[in-house]
Ligand binder design. Structure first.
Ligand code: ADP
Ligand code: GN1
Ligand code: MG
Length: 368
């Protein structure tokens, strides 16, 4: 079966895939790109690929973005080979177009890329086994170490101010003031909750300006479904979704993972009584992240890990609410009020973290 229209076919056929395109279906649960599982056939054998239409509204500089992806995956491939790993499964691998480019611009100005499909591994939306979360902490900690020697100056900032929470707050305030959908009235409690925490938002940038928090090459979107866990070994296999690799803060990579993975409910759960911070998962991830970062984090970074978790959760809740107020134009949604539901889980999680603050700090102190 062919997925809708010639658009996907035109894109798929531009790439140097093996054999004939057999099927193409929407795939995964990312909020930003359009992802498809592309299956091709050659001599009775099937070959699978990930075909992605990149979100050009979100990523304005596709060429810069693809240079980042190419540079980082080439760099990681070399390191994996040096460690006698399997570079076809432990990093993403771009498939070039038939004329040797890293991406394809179609006749309607859409941008596409193809990766080798990684078999025998799963991206989870909810932690099923604490061990998986420990593995993902270790992998994200290690990822930052591996990239510590990457020439950061070559990286394009694919989304300026991506985790600049004070700037995100200004955008949020504007969205409330403009209220183009007339939705602000219905979310007064959420607006108040966010405004009450404005004073917490600038700490990382303040410390960075004072030279007390280092800028590192970071992933910036470390949620659990951006890491593939090997179905056989149970180990973290491959970190995916490399679109936001940029200079950033280690505490935010750590924090974004906690926001998503240590939540006892899914990100869009409607029943808020299910939302809480699992201290058990918080602890296993912290252990993994610190082990994976092999002593490279400074004392200040370690002491700010709970802050990183809280601020990433608050920022994400604020971004979902901003999008709800602006008419759901950024994150993909699949039901009425989807962004509002997502916002509410994030704010409920922030509230629970505040209740558990001293326990979070104690866990970090024990591991650090
Ligand atoms: P988004 O930016 O929209 O989140 P992702 O790059 O994270 O897009 O991809 C969406 C989903 O597609 C992932 O969560 C994962 O399930 C799947 N996926 C992406 N790349 C691969 C790959 N190389 N092999 C197998 N599955 C993949
Ligand atoms: C988006 O692309 P995806 O689904 O992995 C978003 C993240 C948010 C996340 C919330 C480029 O991640 O910043 O934290 O949704 N990515 C971008 O689930 O905005
Ligand atoms: Mg993703």
């Amino acid at each position: 079966m062919m997925c809708d229209g010639e658009r996907w076919l035109e894109a798929a056929e531009a790439f140097a895939v093996r054999g004939q395109v057999k099927s193409c279906e929407p795939y995964g649960s990312g909020h930003i790109n359009q992802t498809f599982l592309l299956v091709c056939e050659d001599g009775g054998q099937e070959y699978s690929y990930i075909l992605q239409q990149m979100n050009h509204d979100v990523f304005k500089d596709i060429e810069g973005l693809m240079n980042n992806v190419k540079g980082v995956t080439t760099f990681l491939r070399r390191q994996i080979l040096n460690n006698h790993g399997d570079p076809d499964r432990e990093t993403l691998n771009l498939v070039p177009t038939k004329d040797g480019q890293d991406y394809y611009r179609d006749s309607q100005e859409n941008f596409w890329r193809v990766y080798l499909f990684i078999h025998g591994a799963t991206c989870y939306n909810l932690v099923e086994k604490p061990e998986d979360f420990y593995q993902s902490g270790k992998a994200f900690g290690r990822f930052q170490c591996l990239l510590a020697d990457y020439p950061a100056g070559e990286l394009t900032e694919t989304i300026p101010d991506f985790h600049n929470t004070p700037v995100r707050f200004e955008t949020f305030q504007k969205a409330v003031d403009q209220d183009i959908m007339g939705r602000a009235k219905e979310v007064e409690a959420e607006i108040r909750f966010i405004r009450e925490r404005q004073k917490d938002m600038g700490l990382a940038y303040d410390l960075c300006r004072e030279g007390r928090l280092p800028v590192r090459v970071s992933h910036n979107d470390t949620k659990l479904n951006n890491i593939m866990i090997d179905d056989d070994t149970g180990q973290a296999l491959c970190i995916i979704d490399l679109d936001t690799i940029m200079p950033g803060f280690s505490i935010f990579d750590y924090g974004d993972s906690i926001r998503f993975g240590a939540n006892t409910a899914e990100e869009d759960e409607r029943d808020l009584s299910k939302v809480s911070l699992s201290l058990e998962l918080f602890e296993v991830y912290t252990r993994g992240f610190l082990e994976g970062s092999e002593g490279r984090l400074t004392e200040t970074e370690i002491s700010l890990l709970p802050y990183g978790a809280k601020i990433m959760t608050l920022e994400c809740g604020m971004r979902f609410l901003t999008d709800y107020l602006q008419g759901d134009v950024y994150f993909h949604t699949s039901r009425e009020g989807h962004n509002l539901d997502r916002c509410r889980t994030q704010l409920a999680l922030v509230a629970d973290m505040e209740k558990k603050w001293s326990q979070m700090e104690e866990i970090v102190r024990r591991q650090g």
